[in-house]
Each structure stands twice: as C-alpha cells, then as structure tokens.
Design a protein around this ligand. Structure first.
Ligand SMILES: Nc1ncnc2c1ncn2[C@@H]1O[C@H](COP(=O)(O)OP(=O)(O)OP(=O)(O)O)[C@@H](O)[C@H]1O
Ligand SMILES: C[C@@](O)(CCOP(=O)(O)OP(=O)(O)O)CC(=O)O
Length: 353
C-alpha cells in the first residue's frame, strides 16, 4: 500500500525562547543566505516568558504545506520559509512508528506535506525578536519530526536562513553567532559561550513601551543602513571585533560592570547607525530615551553599573539587572518614573518587589 492511501498523522511540538542581543547583528553581506557583516552575542531568555510554541504535523492526507501563526493562516511561499523547508527536507531521515503503522522513508519527505501551527506568547513583529523564536522553533520542531541527525549548531545554520537572529535561539544561555568567512555560509552558525546556569543571578526586565508593529522591519532597515551609512563599516570592522572579545571575557568572568558598559554602548551604537542611515531610522522614542536616562543616572549615583539596557529594532527596553535585589529596585524606580494607569493589574510586579 502506498503512503498516500494511509490515514495516520505524526506530530511534534516544541517551545523555543527568544534571544536578546547584547552585541548586535545589523547588516548582511549576503541577503539570500543571510550572512552578517559582524559576529553578535545574545542571551537566550527563559522559555516560560517570551517564547514560541510550534506544532508540526505530517500526514498522507495533507495536500499542501500550510502554516498558521497565532491562529491565522499565513503563506509559506516566502523565500525564507522555502529555504528552511528545503534544507530540512534534504537532511530528513527514515521515521518508523510500528504501533501507529508509520513507515516513512527519507525520500518520502519530498512528497509528504506539512501542517504547522505556531503561537508567540508575546507581541509579534514589535521589535521583541518574534522572528528569532519563531524560525528557531520551526527549524527545531521540523528537525525532530523528520529525525535529522544534525546537532544544534548545524541546525542553527538552517534557522539563520529563516531569520539571522534565529540561529542564536537554538541554544540557551549566552550564544555567539560566528559570522563565518565562506561564501556558501557553511561556517556562519551559532555556538554556545556559556549555558543558562553559568550566570543565573542576572534578571531581565522588559518594558513594553509599545506593542505596535514597527514601521521599518529589521530586514529592510539593515539593508538601508549597509547601503547608505558611512559609520556601519567602521562599526563592523573596527568596533565590534574588539567588543566581541571583551564581551566573551565579561561573560566568562561574570564581570557585570564590563558586561553592562559593552551592552549599553553597543545598543547605543546600533541606534546611532540607524540614525546615520538615509533616510534615518528611529526605533527608539521619547519613552525609550527617558528609560536610558533613568538607568544611566542610577548607575552613576551608585558608582558602578547596576543595570544594563539594550534596545532592538523598536522602542521596547530590555534591562538586565545584576541580581534579584537590583531588579526589584529597578522595578520600583520604573513604577515611580512611569506611573501605570490606575486600572493596571500589577499583581505579578508586586509579587516580585
Ligand atoms: N512563531 C513564528 N513562526 C514563524 N514565523 C514567525 C513567528 N513569529 C514571527 N514570525 C515571522 O517573523 C516576522 C516578524 O519579524 P520581524 O523581524 O519583523 O519582527 P520581530 O522579530 O518581532 O522584531 P526584531 O527581530 O526586529 O526584534 C513575522 O511577520 C513572521 O513572518
Ligand atoms: C536589532 C536586531 O534584533 C536585528 C535582528 O534582525 P533579524 O534577525 O530580525 O533580521 P533578518 O536576518 O533580516 O531576519 C539585532 C540582533 O538581534 O542581533
């Protein structure tokens, strides 16, 4: 009996957290393969907070590949989704489940169709790296479904082709995306610098300044920067390579003052190259700037950094506190400076403080 006439369905569900870069990726040297112009370093968040959950399924009764994002069907025709699907199918292996009567040979994956359902538990396309969690989760869950033998680093090179920052979400803890030198991108992949237990007193607080979809996507923003900014080449060639070495040391030694200085100055430089783009790109707004001033003033008053801040392609602030006590003080300061509306539910915040 051919597999088309069978009625089984095989499913895999995976959850992947997002990651926040502390040395930013901004600019590509190859748009199709998604190869960056500099290395980057990120922290992977705790999956209980900002994460994507994706269920992938395969059945001989499916007639085309389909995908739903947050309950709404989206097209899989885009080049990035197609690259990921093609790369994964090319590495698929035999899958057997005798109890269910499933016997898939690796060549069958070329004609079997997939249904994919994915949910983000945080705002999509608002500069909180939904594409990172989303594409990493897609690649990981499909790799499990199709029984790939590749390790996470090799899978990261596939996720990279879905969205650059996604390659760093294949690992927990502190992760470096090595830009690589090869034209085919085979050495542009993620490596884990330290696992999630290495520096577990750090606490991340995200202030959602706006959950609206941003106006300039990271993809088009960084393309415009590479085409028009005179500063971006200096950043990629002179500034980032040194910062990468210093950041790796700061992470290895759990040196918070160096970590905070590097993360803040790198975020500021990323937004400076956005401003140097023509026409200029403004991702931060007045509230973002006020948050920076608030943190900078506090750090100066204490004589040593207590909190680091970093902003991606949107106005939302990601703050990294050196420990839980500092995080509680930071929350108090934020609530004092940005008083919430009287009907805001502060249950979880009060528990924390
Ligand atoms: N769970 C998901 N599964 C698959 N694709 C997703 C998922 N979530 C988001 N995406 C894709 O990522 C796109 C949003 O990416 P975009 O880079 O614009 O925003 P972002 O990732 O939230 O912000 P940034 O990367 O700038 O921090 C969506 O339009 C969708 O194509
Ligand atoms: C500011 C950033 O978050 C940019 C992320 O850009 P994306 O990974 O979303 O871009 P594409 O590769 O075009 O999909 C910095 C970072 O995460 O390093």
């Amino acid at each position: 009996m051919g597999i088309e006439s069978e009625k089984w369905i095989l499913m895999v569900t995976a959850r992947t957290p997002t990651n926040i870069a502390v040395i930013k990726y901004w600019g590509k040297r190859d748009e199709t393969l998604i190869l960056p112009i500099n290395d980057s370093i990120s922290l992977t968040l705790d999956p209980t907070h900002l994460s994507t959950t994706t269920t992938v399924s395969v059945s001989p009764t499916f007639h085309q590949d389909r995908m739903w994002l947050n309950g709404k069907e989206i097209s899989l025709q885009g080049g990035r989704f197609q690259s990921c699907l093609r790369e994964i199918r090319a590495r698929a292996q035999d899958v057997q489940d005798k109890k269910k009567g499933i016997d898939i040979k690796k060549e069958d994956w070329q004609k079997l169709h997939l249904h994919i359902a994915s949910y983000n538990n945080f705002p999509t396309a608002a500069g909180l790296a939904s594409s990172a969690a989303g594409l990493a989760c897609l690649v990981f869950s499909l790799a499990k479904l199709m029984n790939l033998k590749e390790d996470n680093s090799q899978l990261s090179a596939i996720a990279r082709q879905g969205s650059g920052s996604a390659c760093r979400s294949l690992y927990g803890g502190f992760v470096k995306w090595v830009m690589g030198k090869e034209d085919n991108g085979s050495d542009s992949l993620a490596v884990q610098l330290a696992d999630e237990k290495h520096w577990d007193e750090l606490v991340i607080i995200i202030a959602v300044v706006s959950a609206r979809q941003k106006e300039t996507s990271s993809t088009s923003g960084m393309r415009d920067t590479v085409e028009t900014s005179a500063l971006i080449q200096h950043r990629a060639k002179e500034v980032v390579p040194k910062r990468i070495v210093q950041m790796e040391d700061a992470i290895q030694n759990r040196d918070f003052p160096s970590f905070a200085r590097l993360a803040c100055t790198d975020s500021n430089q990323f937004h400076a190259v956005c401003l140097d783009t023509y026409p200029p790109i403004f991702y931060m707004n007045d509230t973002s700037h006020r948050i920076i001033s608030c943190v900078e003033k506090w750090n100066r008053a204490e004589g040593a950094p207590q909190v680091a801040y970093t902003f991606d392609a949107g106005p939302n602030a990601v703050m990294i506190a050196r420990n839980r006590k500092t995080a509680a003080l930071l929350l108090q300061r934020l609530l004092y400076n940005f008083p919430p509306e009287s009907d805001t539910d502060l249950g979880r915040v009060n528990n924390f403080i």
